[in-house]
Design a protein around this ligand. Sequence first.
Ligand code: NI
Length: 184
Amino acid sequence: MILPIYVYGSPVLRKVARPVEQNEEGLDEFIDNLWETMYHSDGIGLAAPQVGKSLRIFVIDGSPLEEDDPSLKDFKTTFINPEIIERFSDDKTYEEGCLSIPNLREEIVRPEKVKIRYYDRRFNQHEEEHTGIAARIIQHEFDHLEGILFTDKLAPLKKRMLRNKLNAIAKGKFEVSYKVKVAK
Ligand code: NI
């Protein structure tokens, strides 16, 4: 089932999401819906709070960016209760966008490499290091679980310049091809 994507201004995007329990009711169906919603909206990552559910889950399929980085071809995973256990210090700038902040893209600085621990759909634990675009998507999606949006990372002046645009988004003044939910 395709779920509406909550956009900038929705309180759920600002909450710290709660951990997933192993016997969480409806978990399998919810994860299926998360994948379906992400593909429907042409996203490469989607976190549960973006569909109004304050849970520590996100999904990523980096394969559309395979041309930029061939290793993304098979980067397709469900991340449950993820923890970033190490951020390596070498910062990189890369342009980010977000399904919850339609039609806005900005250069954001983040560490180029991270180590992450998470559970997959079968609750097997993994510990992996990711660099480049994969590390970028992971950090962006992880931030959603902490109530952080990429625009929070902009310099104060830039943030001020974008204020009107963000306020317009919060009021639903934008056009996208996917289903959204605007905060009232
Ligand atoms: Ni996002």
